[in-house]
Write a protein that binds this ligand. Structure first.
Ligand code: ACK
Length: 304
């Protein structure tokens, strides 16, 4: 049975069309494993490139849940969020079709020293600013009020001009009214990016996203990963290392030399400071994304 939802203003694609566009979901078109199933590159007949997320068969998500998610994502319109182009529900298939992002994800750029050099300082600041605006939109828009819950480098995709776009809303939750969070027994997300209250007590809120954003900022600034930072000579993870340098009054050592030579030091300091404020242990101490956006623009005041 083919499914088409009347209230949804989003094109429904036929499974055969998608199979053709992705070369029958072949290995050569495989982009990687996403939060809820494999992702393939596809090309429509008119040449439009797409990314196709096929929900794995074992996925516990039922039809209603999937449709709720599609309805939620279909409303998202922001230059820093990956655009959903359509969906497909046919037989047991549940598929999402997104705009294709040609410059890979941040994962590629902050995986090792060599590739992080591909991001000069203006690009880094552009990426940090873009992610902050996309996240502010998710948290603030009164129709949406969404907590992403899985912000990490592989979920930040880059378009041709290196504009960052947040992707993968498979774990996102919306919250209504004046609520800003909830509690869950099923903790989903990625260690290294999860806030302590979420990882330990299952308590998620807009402030747990702020924590993950802070980790991303420190990773982008340093060109290093939070996870896997424990190589010989570095006993601390990236966050511990960043705090230590900050307390010793030498935060700029966090940034690799090449970048420091070509950048505006005030901007670097500002980003490090914002990153550290966002990864504070207590959620109440972390700024909201509107404060973050102000601080990054140099308009907000930074607490001492
Ligand atoms: O890091 P990547 O190259 O970028 O590998 C992951 C993989 O699929 C699983 O998420 C890539 N990916 C996801 N969505 C898209 C998209 N819209 N355009 C291009 N690549 C994508 C992601």
């Amino acid at each position: 049975i083919s499914h088409q939802d009347e209230d949804l203003d989003l094109p429904h694609y036929d499974f055969t069309t998608l199979a053709k566009a992705t070369n029958n979901f072949s290995f050569t078109n495989f982009l990687g494993e996403g939060g809820f199933g494999p992702v393939y590159k596809g090309v429509f007949n008119d040449g439009q490139e797409i990314a196709v997320k096929r929900l794995s068969k074992e996925s516990r998500q039922g039809l209603d849940e999937f449709m709720n998610e599609v309805k939620c994502i279909a409303q998202l319109q922001h230059r820093n969020l990956v655009k959903l182009l359509g969906y497909c529900i046919q037989q047991d298939e549940k598929i999402l079709i997104y705009e294709y992002m040609p410059k890979k994800s941040l994962d590629f750029y902050i995986n090792d020293q060599k590739q992080s050099k591909l991001l000069d300082w203006p690009k880094r600041i552009h990426i940090i600013n873009g992610i902050s605006r996309g996240l502010l939109y998710l948290h603030q828009d009164s129709r949406l009020r969404i907590i992403h819950r899985d912000l990490k480098p592989s979920n930040i995709l880059l378009d041709d001009e290196m504009n960052p776009k947040i992707s993968d809303f498979g774990m996102a939750r919306s919250f209504g009214g004046n609520e800003t969070g909830a509690n869950t027994k099923r903790v989903v997300g990625t260690y290294g990016y999860m806030s302590p209250e979420y990882a330990i007590d299952g308590l998620f809120s807009i402030k747990s996203d702020v924590f993950s954003f802070g980790v991303l900022v420190l990773e982008i600034v340093s060109g290093k990963r939070n996870r896997g930072f424990n190589h010989p000579g570095h006993q601390l993870n990236l966050l511990g290392h960043a705090w230590k340098l900050f307390k010793e009054g030498k935060p700029l050592e966090l940034v690799d030399n090449l970048v420091v030579e070509t950048c505006n030091l005030t901007e670097v300091m500002r980003s490090i400071h914002v990153g550290l404020l966002c990864v504070q242990h207590s959620p109440e101490d972390r700024p909201s994304m509107s404060t973050v956006v102000l601080m990054l623009s140099g308009e907000g005041t930074l607490p001492q």
